[in-house]
Design a protein around this ligand. Structure first.
Ligand code: FEO
Length: 400
């Protein structure tokens, strides 16, 4: 059965949801599923904007067939070639033999690399090129590294619809709801949107900034991303989030304590630290056990908050592997502008504090590391309280 929604009177959402996929990009958990959005415009010409992941292609084809209602497909615009959107290109071209593909030079190169035959059907466009489909005129805007180098976005100057590719997307299946005003985004979606952005596009903050600058020059009324809800109201809310995330500015002043604890002693010290922070008025405190929190959530929370306490045991005279993995991910995703504090533990050769400090100092940009730190020998005792008090005072002072 087809499942489509009107976006505007002549533009339709023809995408599909996937509730079966456990890991997006085979790495990020998506317990609420994901949507692969595609849009079909019925103008003098018929135009499909992007395709979907192969896993939902059958639903997608049924949706297209319903909306076309016997018409041929004239154009397929590919804004982003990553296979979660590009995998069904060849199937669409096989079923609609007159359709031409509009995309960038790099996207066509990637299509060939992925084995798609688009010979004789390519319409290559570049930054600023315009195209008329009848009533609707569009301009193509390059968006390199948001999130692959070939990416572009397409702006319909007739009705203000921006086909934004991966930008302004989110994890989470739509489940019938399509627009941001049909969901409680700030309650139910923002965490997944942040986790999507920070882990998928987080590395490319300056490129997102460049796209936001271009977006500021056009009168956008509706944003149609390739994942998650379509934005038709309160655009400023999401644009502001994107601006903060891509400048690596925290959304909130608050402390995230990420702890690695083998037998519960480091966890106990982390809890005492959290309680002490709250007693001193810092109530925005969250604790995460690195061993049972997926690193994509840790990254997302690190983008949200201003302060991070790394509390870790020493392991094989080195860093605890999962703390190391978290730090490596932070570096890969270009995280900056955060204040870190360290709580280290070691029963005979306590090394974790120095190693974590050196990583932050040598491998990352624009990071503030507080001088005060807590060193435990196996477990926390009252002898450690002066160190803890000093660290808490330092965190409180750094928040002002
Ligand atoms: Fe949703 Fe970069 O693909």
């Amino acid at each position: 059965m087809y499942c489509v929604r009107n976006v505007t009177e002549d533009l339709y959402w023809v995408g599909a949801n996937d509730h079966r996929l456990a890991l997006f990009e085979n790495i990020h958990p998506i317990p609420k599923g994901v949507s692969y959005n595609s849009y079909l415009l019925l103008d003098k010409k018929t135009v499909l904007f992007d395709t979907v992941d192969w896993s939902v292609c059958r639903q997608f084809l049924e949706n297209i067939e319903k909306v076309l209602d016997g018409r041929q497909l004239d154009y397929l615009v590919i804004n982003h070639m990553e296979p979660d959107h590009g995998a069904s290109i060849e199937e669409v071209l096989l079923r609609y033999p007159k359709a031409k593909v509009i995309s960038t030079e790099k996207a066509f190169m990637l299509m060939r690399q992925f084995g798609f035959n688009v010979d004789g059907r390519m319409v290559e466009v570049k930054e600023g090129d315009t195209f008329s489909f009848g009533k609707h005129e569009v301009v193509f805007v390059s968006a390199p590294m948001v999130h692959w180098p070939e990416a572009m976005v397409t702006f319909d100057t007739t009705n203000g619809v921006l086909f934004s590719a991966d930008a302004f997307g989110s994890f989470g299946a739509l489940d019938g709801k399509l627009f941001n005003d049909e969901v409680n985004f700030d309650r139910d979606w923002i965490d997944d949107a942040r986790r999507y952005f920070t882990n998928i596009v987080g590395k490319y903050g300056p490129h997102v900034q460049a796209l936001l600058k271009k977006a500021g020059t056009i009168d956008i009324k509706i944003i149609c991303p390739l994942h998650g809800p379509v934005w038709r109201s309160n655009l400023g809310y999401f644009l502001d989030k994107y601006d903060k995330w891509s400048r690596y500015e925290p959304e909130e002043k608050g402390v995230m304590i990420v702890y690695a604890s083998m037998y519960g002693n480091t966890e106990s010290a982390a809890s005492a630290l959290a309680a002490s922070l709250v007693e001193k008025g810092v109530t925005n405190v969250v604790m995460y056990d690195v061993s049972n929190t997926h690193v994509s959530t840790l990254i997302s929370e690190t983008f949200r908050l201003s302060h991070v306490v790394l509390a870790s045991v020493t392991y094989n005279l080195g860093m605890y592997p999962l703390i190391h993995n978290y730090l490596m991910d932070m570096k890969a995703l270009n995280l900056q502008k955060r204040t870190f504090a360290i709580l280290e533990n070691g029963s005979w050769a306590c090394k974790s504090g120095t190693l974590m400090h050196d990583f932050l100092d040598n491998e990352m940009k624009d990071i503030n590391i507080l001088d005060e730190k807590i060193t435990l020998n196996s477990s926390m005792t009252e002898d450690n309280l002066p160190e803890m008090d000093a660290l808490v005072d330092s965190i409180v002072a750094s928040m002002k």
